[in-house]
Design a binder for this molecule. Structure first.
Ligand code: 13P
Ligand code: SF4
Length: 417
């Protein structure tokens, strides 16, 4: 814990952390006031040796508080004993047996997930838009789609569980075909990836022969297999400007394609498609302008951070544009520099992470939008998929599709680095 919260909460947080992350037989609960005497701890060890499976307690003898504190403390103890109607002992040392601690957390779903992960050597990847219980309770790697593709590719574990939407789990399978990839929510799609099929790409290619095709990573494996290169929100500008020729086909995000076209104006023509992310399409430049005006009237200098799946008008109004991970990092950086009035134009998961991780008081202005697909996965689904995955929760792709889609992703890694 970063702050000195209530004693009991600190102990509970510590025990939970140990039970999740450490192999241990016993734990001694102590405070940090430096008054614990080694001989008393030795007695505690000896008492425990007599019966190692038990939790043991011992009276703490030395107390150095002044007489007033002692007097009030005695009254406090009497009152507690009276109210509880039983004798409660204060100021003890406790040596807790691991069985008893684990029992407390045994019923928690995240505890069971973490145990199964350890036992079956599973690497659990979660996108930033997943709910905080997944992000902070069970995930081994949390980030944007580019970093997570690399994490899946480089993980030494033979099983990956991908907590996110379907195309991300498919991407993990494409970059590491020999691994088992579990996807707890097969029904979690994405309006972008659902907007285009491999047949649509083949049609575009026959209409514009020889023109390079770039696809956003939010697409199915079959679509990735048809294109020359994949891109993500963290590298689409860099990669597209490196493609040969003076034209390129960009699928399927028309909003990203629109500001890509503005960025490349005079150098390349962008042939766009008509897909949209239904979350990011809701934001408008008009709304940002009106927030800026209103906050400026109150002397607030608004920092606007937006995701590149937004409309070009939103991008033009923004101070920072980047992937979900870049937006998280930048919001935390702005907060640490005292620029705490921040508008996050993206899915709500980013705001959740920024709030949880910021060490500074932030004033997050405006509203975020929740993606119903990203929020489909719950801890229960992850536990069930780890225990006994249904066939549709195991990503299976055609060999040939994997090989062709891998070429587009490898090209992305090559051009992005
Ligand atoms: P990121 O790669 O920025 O995480 O974006 C993925 C996505 O689906 C955003 O809606
Ligand atoms: Fe797809 Fe948009 Fe949801 Fe991301 S936020 S998964 S792009 S629908």
């Amino acid at each position: 814990m970063k702050e000195n919260r209530v004693h009991q909460r600190c102990i509970a947080a510590g025990l939970k952390y140990i039970s999740k992350n450490e192999d241990f037989d016993h734990v001694i609960i102590m405070d940090a006031d430096g008054e614990d005497r080694p001989e008393e701890l030795t007695s505690l060890f000896n008492k425990s040796k007599e019966n190692p499976s038990k939790t043991v307690t011992l009276n703490r003898k030395k107390r150095s508080e002044g007489p007033w504190f002692k007097f009030l403390y005695e009254i406090y103890c009497i009152l507690i004993n009276l109210f509880a109607m039983k004798k409660i002992r204060f100021g003890n040392y406790s040596l807790l047996n691991s069985r008893h601690i684990n029992k407390i957390y045994d019923n928690s779903i995240s505890y069971q997930i973490n145990q199964l992960k350890k036992k079956n050597d599973v690497f659990l990847i979660a996108h930033s838009y997943q709910t905080p219980d997944i992000v902070y309770g069970v995930a081994d790697s949390v980030s944007d789609s580019y970093s997570l593709s690399k994490a899946a590719r480089d993980a030494p574990q033979q099983t990956i569980l991908f907590s996110s939407v379907r195309f991300m789990a498919e991407t993990a399978k494409i970059v590491s075909p020999h691994k088992t990839v579990l996807h707890p929510s097969p029904e979690a799609g994405c309006t972008l990836s659902d907007s285009i099929t491999a047949e649509d790409v083949r049609e575009l290619k026959s209409r514009y022969p020889g023109v390079p095709v770039a696809c956003y990573i939010n697409t199915s494996a079959e679509v990735k297999a048809e294109v020359d290169v994949c891109v993500t929100s963290s590298n689409y500008l860099r990669i597209c400007e490196k493609l040969p020729g003076d034209r390129l086909i960009f699928v399927p995000d028309q909003l990203m394609g629109k500001h890509l076209a503005e960025y490349l104006a005079g150098r390349k023509e962008v042939i766009n498609y008509d897909g949209e992310c239904y979350v990011h399409a809701t934001f408008t430049g008009e709304k940002i302008r009106s927030w800026r005006e209103r906050t400026a009237e109150q002397g607030i200098e608004l920092q606007v951070l937006s995701h590149p799946e937004c409309d070009a008008d939103v991008i033009a109004e923004s101070d920072i544009v980047g992937s979900s991970e870049v937006l998280r990092e930048e919001a935390l950086r702005l907060g640490s520099e005292g620029k705490s009035d921040i508008m996050l134009i993206t899915e709500c998961g980013t705001a959740d992470r920024v709030r949880a991780e910021s060490e500074n008081d932030l004033n997050l202005i405006g509203t975020c939008v929740m993606c119903r697909y990203m929020k489909m996965t719950q801890l229960e689904d992850i536990l069930q998929a780890l225990r006994d995955p249904r066939p549709e929760q195991i990503i299976e792709l055609n060999e040939e599709i994997i090989q062709r889609a891998q070429r587009s992703l490898d090209e992305m890694f090559r051009l992005a680095e």
